[in-house]
Design a protein around this ligand. Sequence first.
Ligand SMILES: Cc1cc2nc3c(=O)[nH]c(=O)nc-3n(C[C@H](O)[C@H](O)[C@H](O)COP(=O)(O)OP(=O)(O)OC[C@H]3O[C@@H](n4cnc5c(N)ncnc54)[C@H](O)[C@@H]3O)c2cc1C
Length: 432
Amino acid sequence: MKHVIIVGGGPAGLFAAEELAKNFQVTLLEKTSHVGGSGLVSDGKLNYHPKIGGDLTNFLTERESWNLIESIRLKFESLSVPSDIFDESKLRQLEVKAAKSGIRFIKIKQTHIGSDHLGEVIDKLRKKIENAGVQIIFNAEVHDIVVKGRIVTAVKVKNELYPLDALLIAPGRIGSPWLISTMNKHNLAMQYNPIDIGVRVEVPNEVMDEVVNVYGCWDPKFHIDTASYDDFVRTFCVCPRGFVVKEAYEDTQFGVNGYSNREMGSNTTNFALLVNVNLTEPLENTTEYGRRIVQLANTLGGRRPILQRLGDLRSFRRSTWDRINRSYVRPSYTEVTPGDISMAYPHRIVKDLLEGLEALDRVMPGINSDSTLLYAPEVKFYAMRIQTNKELRTSIPNLFVAGDGAGVSRGIVGAAATGLIAAKGITKNLTS
Ligand SMILES: Cc1cc2nc3c(=O)[nH]c(=O)nc-3n(C[C@H](O)[C@H](O)[C@H](O)COP(=O)(O)OP(=O)(O)OC[C@H]3O[C@@H](n4cnc5c(N)ncnc54)[C@H](O)[C@@H]3O)c2cc1C
């Protein structure tokens, strides 16, 4: 039986493993002591849409993309993830309301596992995969691949070699520096992805309650083209009754993120408001650009995230604890420094964010009020995109990549989908 090795036990690696086990001997090498990847530390919002969390139409037709997404939804359902009931007519009403306000609302089937339930779901998936015959080896960090005559023949874990017929590398964002250096070593082509730079916005639950509970949209995606710069701004990772948290980036840099539990909640809703930045010549390196901005924000905040009231940002003054304490929105995260985001972010980004909030206020009145809280930095770095064909095969014919680390997804469902696309590619490659 032919042997496939998968590097990385996140959603991409796990979904690929189960599919590949139908035809091959499969070994999954995971550098930590558990599977789940960065999905395990998330709050498990699942967006069942081919263009959210990546763009599957880069690899499949529109219809194939939707079919793949539906198969992933059914898989999660079989793992006891409730498939929420979507009221199409309500979502359509919200779409119309947004359109009348000059912004786009993206209708998506969504579900929310919750940080407090994610462990159980991943445990079930692991058991299913092991029952299908996949061998999972923990604490096995792959640090090199062996290539002979443009064919990959093995991977190296410490001094041990694991021979293989095909290799799928799905190491997530955390493994992307290693993946990039490995791709460079073997002259495989890559390109920079755009980056998202923004803030975490926090408002009282009442402000977003209508959208979340009346229209029944847990993680609403609003897309805005800003008036001044015509830049693309969007809402991302809405956390109703949620909490803001600090998130470590690479090296010593950090930003903020958010999460919600399914059961215990707060009085506030938070979400990321992100400006999409794409660079061309002479600087294409969006990662470097983002890192400089994060560095400035981290330095200004005295190694804490910056917190500012929207009213203070608009009035060209920094926030202070006194001003924040007088505000009626209580921050859910307080290990911050009240400050001035406009000292760290370029004018263009601040302007985009202010115009984005103005536009959102037409759909969710109250968002653009002076007491709305903004935390910075929140930057979404995406891995460099490894050049592949539509089956996610690199120019080494038995080497495939998938997931966030390869720059082809940005979310649990998207990562799982690319894992399945690569698995199909490997099956075709090894059986033809
Ligand atoms: C705080 C947070 C919240 C999030 N919330 C959501 C959300 O609500 N909804 C959503 O859709 N997405 C969310 N995401 C994103 C989501 O978690 C990722 O998109 C998804 O997990 C990517 O899957 P992946 O398989 O590509 O990589 P990962 O999940 O990162 O998994 C990669 C795995 O590879 C392993 N690995 C890396 N290098 C090696 C190596 N050299 N050898 C062996 N193993 C290796 C890692 O240890 C890891 O287990 C969130 C992410 C974070 C950080």
